[in-house]
Design a protein around this ligand. Structure first.
Ligand code: S3P
Length: 192
């Protein structure tokens, strides 16, 4: 199965998961393979605010960032079908999660702590990891968030190695998900 055989999804594909899970890198390649546009919600938030995410946290606090994130996610989900890479906290917000449920196909890129740590590295562009021990903070986020990410429509393990391997797993997950959806729709039509 190649991506081009995939029926065109009628909803945006929304990549969720922790910082370092590969949402942007996988999202960009996935969009190219599917012939869809790609959009990064964090970049959209920064453009709307006219400053970086770290600056938003510093100047206005996390709650203000989350408000902006919710608004941007709503706008993106209400727009054309595309691949959307979310920030790690977006899907944790109940309103955004409900909206993703209606308007998108959610894909959780699940990664273990070693993979996440290696990927977030020493870059200082993530306010939640800027202070304190990154391993401890990520372990805490895994505990809090993984049960929520698990509500995604599709779960894919994002492991070390070429991005295209993870992209292929997402494509396979989408294929099964879309096939199950059309089987359900067919069964519902036959019941009517
Ligand atoms: C956050 C993840 C970041 C960014 C912000 C908060 C989070 O996005 O939205 O720093 O709450 O997990 P990435 O997951 O793209 O790093």
């Amino acid at each position: 199965m190649t991506a081009t055989d995939l029926p065109r999804p009628s909803k945006s594909i929304v990549l969720v998961g922790l910082m370092g899970a590969g949402k942007s890198r996988v999202g960009r390649q996935l969009a190219t393979q599917l012939g869809l546009d790609f959009v990064d919600a964090d970049t959209e938030i920064e453009e709307a605010a006219g400053c970086t995410i770290s600056e938003i946290f510093e100047r206005y606090g996390e709650a203000a960032f989350r408000d902006g994130e919710r608004r941007v996610m709503r706008r993106l989900l209400d727009g054309p079908v595309r691949v959307i890479a979310t920030g790690g906290g977006a899907f944790i917000d109940p309103a955004t999660r409900a909206h993703v449920g209606e308007r998108g196909i959610s894909v959780w890129l699940r990664a273990d702590i070693e993979t996440l740590l290696a990927r977030v590295g020493r870059r200082n562009n993530r306010p939640l990891l800027a202070n304190g021990d990154q391993r401890e903070k990520l372990a805490q986020l895994i505990k809090e968030r993984y049960p929520i990410y698990a509500e995604a429509d599709i779960v894919v393990d994002s492991t070390d190695g070429p991005v295209r391997d993870t992209v292929e797993k997402v494509v396979a997950g989408l294929e099964s998900f879309l096939a199950a959806g059309s089987r359900d729709a067919g069964a519902a039509r036959r019941r009517r």
